[in-house]
Design a protein around this ligand. Structure first.
Ligand SMILES: Cc1cc2nc3c(=O)[nH]c(=O)nc-3n(C[C@H](O)[C@H](O)[C@H](O)COP(=O)(O)OP(=O)(O)OC[C@H]3O[C@@H](n4cnc5c(N)ncnc54)[C@H](O)[C@@H]3O)c2cc1C
Length: 303
């Protein structure tokens, strides 16, 4: 058996797990295809000691810290298949099946960014999805929340902690349920149901939303609430169960109900923050190390 653990995904969750397992002298392979979720962002917030660091710098420092450990190997590749095997798992990457006794998926999610003319130049700068990541930078400023679901309405109400001036843009969706509309009105959130034709601004600074009826609304920040998907189909292929929000269902220490398979970071349930992903990676690593030790002691290699 080549590896004690293959980690698919070299973001905060996977790197943190690799560090803990590598330091425990486990033979680790990290496979990463270089598409971290927060790559459009200029600055990563809320990670104690690293508040405001560019996301790419965070990953570079993390990889530099892994480099001295000869127990950790790295492959720039996409894992395109995975299956259970007699000894644990087989992962397909770069045309080669790689074997491991345990498997950690830290593959993250992909956001459903609204399809709006102009959004790409603002995304990660003045258009965001997470108030904990970027709300502070928009405090006391005119904010639009984008979405047409009850979750979007609740999001808009919650944004009032960051600014008094919050509106909800439903982009052509005719209206909220009357009781939700009343709640928004009571909370001081105006609803703009018109279809949006584009976002305008200077450079990466959002300045206004232009509606189909030619009216405009001055806004310096837009937060969208439109959903997300798993970045990889590997968890589904391995038979994992999912929560109703699409996260991989995990139990204690990020274990799935597939023996020997763990899922950490955004792909599993819980708050989607870098510091949480890193913590989940470490928690999963301790559990994986314990499991590997137990298997050796019990001399029962296959799961
Ligand atoms: C625009 C934006 C800004 C954000 N800002 C903040 C912030 O300020 N503060 C904060 O705490 N959080 C922020 N977040 C959230 C943060 O990015 C995530 O919580 C965090 O990246 C989760 O880490 P992860 O390791 O689970 O997943 P990711 O960081 O997404 O890493 C997953 C990795 O897995 C790899 N991968 C996926 N599938 C495969 C495969 N099949 N084979 C090989 N590799 C694969 C990808 O290449 C990627 O490198 C932001 C998110 C976005 C979108």
């Amino acid at each position: 058996m080549a590896w004690d653990c293959i980690i698919v995904g070299g973001g905060p969750a996977g790197l943190s797990a690799a560090l803990t397992l590598g330091r425990a002298r486990r033979r680790i392979l990290v496979i990463d295809c270089g598409t971290p979720r927060n790559h459009p962002s200029l600055a990563m917030h809320g990670y104690l000691t690293r508040d405001g660091i560019p996301p790419a710098d965070f990953l570079r420092i993390a990889r530099e810290e892994l480099a001295p450990y000869d127990s950790i190997e790295w492959r720039d590749d996409e894992a395109v298949g995975a299956e259970r095997s007699a000894g644990g798992f087989r992962v397909l990457a770069g045309g080669e099946w790689l074997e491991s006794r345990t498997l950690l998926l830290a593959t993250g999610v992909v956001d459903d960014v609204p399809v709006l003319d102009g959004i790409q130049r603002f995304y990660g700068r003045t258009v965001h999805h997470c108030p904990y990541c970027d709300g502070w930078e928009h405090r006391d400023s005119p904010i639009a929340v984008y979405g047409c679901t009850e979750a979007a309405a609740r999001y808009a109400l919650a944004m009032k902690v960051w600014s008094e001036d919050v509106v909800l843009c439903t982009d052509g969706y005719p209206g909220m349920a009357p009781e939700l509309g009343a709640e928004l009105a009571a909370g001081g959130v105006a609803v703009y149901p018109q279809k949006i034709v584009r976002l305008e601004g200077e450079g990466d600074r959002l300045r206004r939303i232009v509606f189909e009826d030619d009216s405009t609304l001055a806004r310096t920040g837009l937060f969208f609430c439109t959903g997300q998907r798993q970045r990889s189909g590997l968890a589904a292929a391995l038979g994992c169960h999912f929560t109703e929000t699409g996260a991989v269902a995990t139990g204690d220490a990020e274990a799935t109900d597939v023996p020997g398979l763990f899922v950490a970071g955004d792909a599993s349930r819980d708050a989607q923050l870098v510091i949480v992903a890193a913590a989940e990676g470490a928690v999963a690593a301790v559990a994986i190390n314990t499991l590997l030790g137990r298997r050796v002691r019990e001399a029962e290699a296959p799961f």
